[in-house]
Design a protein around this ligand. Structure first.
Ligand SMILES: [Zn+2]
Length: 54
């Protein structure tokens, strides 16, 4: 695996949001369940290390 899934979440009662590289993140404020809003796949390796000469 060369990528990781980071969950973007929001906690409505606390009105906070965060990101966690976990499948089921929990609120860092209340420790309760959160609503995951996005799960973008973040590449771990730097694939674009070469400058593109146009
Ligand atoms: Zn919370």
């Amino acid at each position: 695996m060369t990528h990781q899934v980071t969950a973007h979440w929001t906690c409505a009662p606390c009105e906070v949001e965060g990101q966690d590289p976990e499948h089921e993140p929990s609120c860092w404020n209340c420790g309760g369940p959160v609503t995951v809003t996005a799960r973008p796949v973040v590449p771990r390796a730097h694939a674009a290390s070469h400058a593109e000469a146009a």
